[in-house]
Design a protein around this ligand. Structure first.
Ligand code: G6P
Length: 608
């Protein structure tokens, strides 16, 4: 999500930190800061907005002398983008400075504990607890403080740390958030991604989970979480800078697809506590949730497709009626909105013009609004009465993948929360739902691991003219997103149809060899969709089926089958979409299209 850089060596640190941060710009950010030890104290400078503001403030680093320091570009998760929330963060007496990527899931608990011990917090961030926690455990040995703090922190973190009393060292820590160490000629560096260090060195160490690196001017020592020294082999980076920004992936879209297990974890894990769904920022009491009479979900593009899935999940679990609208339609159709309705706007960017206009329309009518948004501090996030963030991090590829996956997770959690408040599910059911949700990251990872088979299949359809995606219920919603992915990045005409609707017109378009992707994950509807598959095949269609493991029946009907692992039927979208994303991606690559920047499209559509 955010970018981290650290340096210790012969040269001035600040210009190197700023330069390294500029190489992480593609990660997106809303504020930046650096901390440098000037021989007497740790000095911090921060600026909101683009990195340029920080460069100007520090005269390209000239006003911050010193040979060791850490820097950060922030992509806000906890707390709005602001100077006070920007990193680095200090402990109370400013003897420790910390930069952080990831999410400290138990930060509320830790904050309460530390406040109880007299710590005064200045920011809303989860990161600030790290600085205070380190100070609490610091008794003269930084390594001891770091390892003790690691035992207390839950969640994901990559940390860069400097201690005033040990300014000859920079520390790096990693758990479930990337961090590398670069071994340069005139000094050593830490960074959350390789491009930040490439100008200075190509000799890099990859820090693994729960490992610590202590850098001095001359050398680097690695430790495990128990503080025992460990040996590490460096890797020589031979990618060019462009490739490095993509972390070695050929395209941002592929990189972002591979980030989905982590994205799902980040959006999910902090919101499950002791068997309960906790959505702190939602700020809706159970009574308020029970009073909701009808939900209107309004969005554009993939976010709309996520909304179509949400209808099934909300109605099924929480028994609350849901209407789903395209924002561009909603705003002009004079929708019937009643006092106890809730309007949910789903948006990755939080800036989509139609979605924002729909939000304003609902607010103008005095209806409660909730945004499910990825970009913290964006217009929709700011203007909605309440906001629930998806923690997908910046998404660069125009075709959304990880942000869509995170939207699904946010909806599942919200639906379970509503169901619990409205008493429409038993405690036992909730337990099962949460268990299945927590298995999703691993299952997604497994599906991504099978990319070879999908790539092989996709290569056969590079020249396809029309592709149809069909399914019933949630499978129809999945088909819509699968179809959009294909057409937006490969320029192949594709359509999604409710499988039961095919006979009312679309089946006339089926010719010998037409590819139909049938999504068949809803057990109750297996038989119905299989009948449709048989009808399609008898008209010449080649049918690719995406179905649950165990549905062997389908092999008799479809030509090619991709299995997804078993999960609760409400959550199958999160798994079935993975092979469809991979399929679109490989068709696009095979055709030589500009995968990350497809023609005529924009990532954030800020005009009607
Ligand atoms: C554009 C993007 C889509 C996205 C849609 C809605 O069309 O290419 O990926 O789904 O806008 O964007 P939002 O930022 O509101 O989710």
């Amino acid at each position: 999500m955010c970018g981290i850089v650290g340096y210790i060596g012969e040269a001035q640190a600040a210009p190197i930190l700023l330069d390294g941060l500029s190489k992480l710009e593609y990660r997106g950010y809303d504020s930046a800061g650096i901390a440098v030890y000037d021989g007497e104290e740790i000095r911090v400078q921060k600026a909101t907005g683009r990195l340029k503001a920080l460069s100007e403030l520090t005269h390209d680093g000239a006003t911050m002398p010193g040979v060791s320091g850490i820097g950060h570009t922030r992509w806000a998760t906890h707390g709005a983008p602001s100077n006070v929330n920007a990193h680095p963060h200090y402990n109370q007496d400013k003897t420790i400075a910390v930069v952080h990527n990831g999410i400290i899931e138990n930060y509320m608990k830790l904050r309460k504990y530390l406040e109880g011990k007299g710590c005064q917090f200045v920011s809303e961030t989860d990161t600030e607890v790290v600085a205070h926690l380190l100070a609490r455990y610091y008794k003269g040995d930084p390594l001891e403080a770091v390892t003790k703090a690691m035992h207390r922190m839950e969640g994901s973190y990559a940390l860069g740390i400097i201690f005033k009393d040990h300014a000859d060292k920079v520390y790096a820590v990693r758990k479930d958030s990337p961090m590398i160490v670069g071994h340069g000629k005139d000094g050593n560096l830490i960074a959350s991604d390789v491009p930040a260090v490439l100008k200075y060195t190509r000799k890099v160490y990859f820090i693994q989970n729960e490992e610590i690196a202590a850098l001095t001017k001359e050398g680097i020592t690695f430790f495990n979480v128990d503080g025992d020294e460990i040996a590490k082999e460096p890797t020589t980076i031979d990618w060019d800078v462009n490739a490095a920004e993509k972390g070695g992936y050929e395209h941002f879209m592929l990189k972002e697809m591979y980030e989905q297990p982590q994205t799902v974890k980040d959006t999910l894990n902090p919101r499950i506590r002791d068997g309960e769904v906790v959505i702190e920022e939602l700020g809706m009491e159970d009574g308020e949730i029970c009073a909701v009479n009808r939900i209107h979900i309004v969005a554009c593009g993939s976010a709309y497709h996520a909304g179509v899935t949400a209808k099934y999940v909300f109605e099924g679990l929480a028994r609350v009626p849901v209407e789903v609208d395209l924002a561009s339609e909603f705003r002009y159709r004079n929708p019937i909105l009643q006092q106890d309705d809730l309007v949910i706007i789903i948006s990755q960017s939080g800036e989509t013009a139609d979605s924002l206009a729909a939000l304003r329309e609902a607010k103008a009518r005095g209806i409660k609004t909730l945004g499910i948004v990825n970009v913290v501090g964006s217009s929709i996030a700011r203007e909605a009465d309440r906001v629930m963030y998806t923690w997908a991090g910046p998404e660069i590829a125009v075709a959304t993948t990880k942000a869509y996956s995170a939207q699904l997770i946010a909806e599942y959690l919200l639906a379970i929360k509503f169901a619990q408040a409205r008493n429409t599910v038993s405690a036992q059911e909730v337990e099962g739902l949460l268990r299945d949700l927590q298995k999703l990251p691993e299952q997604i990872e497994m599906l991504l691991g099978n990319k070879g088979r999908i790539q092989h299949f996709a290569n056969r359809y590079i020249a396809a003219k029309d592709v149809f995606f069909v399914g019933r219920g949630i499978d129809y919603a999945i088909s819509m997103e699968g179809s959009l992915k294909l057409k937006e990045i490969s320029y192949i005409h594709s359509e999604a149809y409710a499988a039961g609707e095919l006979k009312h017109g679309t089946i006339s378009l089926i010719e010998e060899g037409t590819l139909v992707a049938a999504v068949v994950t809803q057990e109750e509807l297996y038989k119905k969709t299989i009948s449709n598959i048989v009808e399609l095949r008898s008209r010449g269609a080649f049918v690719l089926a995406v179905t649950n493991t165990g549905n062997r029946e389908i092999e008799k009907a479809a030509d090619y089958v991709i299995y997804i692992p078993q999960t609760n039927w409400y959550f199958t979208n999160s798994l079935a979409i993975i092979p469809l994303q991979l399929f679109s991606y490989y068709v696009s690559v095979g055709k030589g299209c500009d995968v990350d920047k497809p023609r005529n499209l924009a990532k954030s559509v800020t005009v009607e």
